[in-house]
Design a protein around this ligand. Structure first.
Ligand SMILES: Cc1cc2nc3c(=O)[nH]c(=O)nc-3n(C[C@H](O)[C@H](O)[C@H](O)COP(=O)(O)O)c2cc1C
Length: 423
């Protein structure tokens, strides 16, 4: 898993037209202090608030603002600019810019660059509180989050317009920290995507026209409002499968527990916390041709999660009564109507891998189990590599250790072939 250090990062900063544009000048300074190279695009509105010359002087580069500039296109086309960065930061992200991004508009240099990029965008919204809480803005925010756009802020506080509430742009230090976190997150999924054809498949197996639902990551089962039962799942394998299925042309719904990953491009991301929410979201996403349960779903939840924080007291530690969570793979595999044609489960075991996987296969009623060892000493959880065994009713196929994306692509190819054979 290799991230990019801020000291060698190339950041493309898009400055929108809001009062807080002046803070972006400090953001440029702070990013450069940390060693990052900063290239700046300003919207036409941004130029009403700060002078391009200030941004040019602080970034040490010319400022780009015109989509139709012959000179700029000759020097560095807008497509090239959108690709030459490691991360795109939009600060301040105006309500209008968020709406353009969510709609996929490309009517100026900023929005065209955002649409043309293959890099992650981190946005720092800033606007009047009413604009921020407006359902239209919130809808746009939800759309962008589902596409994997990262958000920093907005903060609560008094605004330039005199009103109070959420809408202030995050402080430059906080944006720098968010940039650093975004750069160092796993890059496994930032691989080039060949939509519609799995470049690795090497045969006609494709998932074009199919719907694939993938669950990924851990679940969090609340103990009280601040504590939860969780597990060490990073979500990497599930996200890689979602990416591979998308590459193979499928429509992909990724139901994800809390993880620090960006959704692969073109994948619909539904964020959940608990096992029950995960089951609800997966069921709602049906019908599907394939269901892949890669999430590490908690087997148990606390029967009565505290409504307020449990306090230490003389009576000693609280006795937590655990009850069983619904089994998502089993529920979907046993559906009388609307069962996905292929249901895949994962078995993370510490011992008797194949034997336990076999038992799981028949108990859950699924078609295939991807079994991997999470015994002490293995790095399956959070690691880049995975050594799995494919267990079906009549065979066990050990695969060599591979990168998680390679495991994902091979699995997707296998599933595409098995769908074709079932028809
Ligand atoms: C004085 C003034 C302050 C503004 N501040 C903001 C703001 O903080 N956030 C915002 O979303 N829009 C703000 N606007 C509106 C935007 O400037 C306007 O929607 C513009 O079209 C945004 O263009 P852009 O998204 O291309 O930068 C402000 C407008 C004015 C006149």
């Amino acid at each position: 898993m290799s991230g990019i250090a801020l000291s060698s990062a190339r950041v493309l900063l898009i400055i929108g037209g809001g009062v807080s544009a002046y803070k972006s000048l400090e953001l440029i300074r702070r990013l450069r202090e940390r060693g990052a190279r900063v290239r700046v695009i300003m919207t036409a509105a941004a130029k009403q608030f700060i002078a391009p010359l200030s941004a040019a002087a602080l970034s040490g580069d010319k400022v780009y603002d015109d989509l139709f500039s012959l000179t700029d296109e000759a020097e560095m086309g807008h497509i090239e600019m959108s690709r030459a960065a490691d991360l795109i930061v939009v600060a301040p992200a105006t309500a209008d810019l968020l709406a353009r991004m969510a709609q996929g508009l490309a009517n100026d240099l900023a929005s065209t660059t955002l649409l043309a990029t293959d890099k992650v965008a981190l946005v720092a919204p800033a606007m009047n509180v009413r604009m921020w809480v407006h359902p239209a803005t919130q809808r746009n925010v939800a759309t962008l989050r589902a596409q994997g756009v990262l958000f920093c802020g907005p903060d609560d506080g008094e605004m330039a317009c005199g009103e109070f509430g959420p809408g202030r742009m995050a402080e430059p230090q906080a944006i720098v920290a968010a940039v650093e976190a975004a750069l160092t997150r796993p890059t496994l999924l930032n691989l080039p995507m060949s939509v519609g054809k799995n470049a690795n498949a090497g045969d006609a197996a494709t998932l074009a026209g199919r719907h694939v639902i993938v669950t990924a990551g851990p679940t969090r089962e609340p103990i009280d409002p601040v504590r939860y039962i969780g597990n060490r799942s990073s979500g990497l394998q599930g996200y890689a499968i979602a990416q591979a299925a998308r590459e193979a042309g499928a429509r992909v719904t990724l139901v994800s527990g809390p993880v620090a990953l960006t959704a692969p491009p073109g994948v619909e991301l539904l964020r959940v916390e608990t096992a029950q929410e995960m089951l609800g979201a997966a069921t709602k996403a049906l019908p599907a041709d394939i269901f892949i349960g890669a999430a590490a779903v908690a087997d148990w939840r606390v029967e009565q999660a505290g409504e307020s924080k449990l306090k230490k007291n003389a009576a000693g530690p609280p006795a937590l009564k655990l009850i069983e969570n619904p089994d998502i793979v089993s529920t979907l595999a046993h559906l009388n109507s609307g069962r996905p044609r292929v249901v895949v489960g994962f078995a993370a075991e510490t011992e008797n891998l194949v034997e336990n996987a076999r038992r799981k296969l028949s108990r859950k009623g699924c078609d295939l189990i991807v079994a991997n060892s999470v015994a002490p000493g293995t790095t399956t959880f959070g690691g880049e590599f995975n050594a799995v065994q494919i267990v079906t009713r009549d065979r066990v196929e050990p695969w060599p250790q591979m990168g998680k994306l390679d495991v994902a692509r091979r699995l997707v190819r296998l599933l595409a072939q098995s769908l074709d054979n079932h028809i």
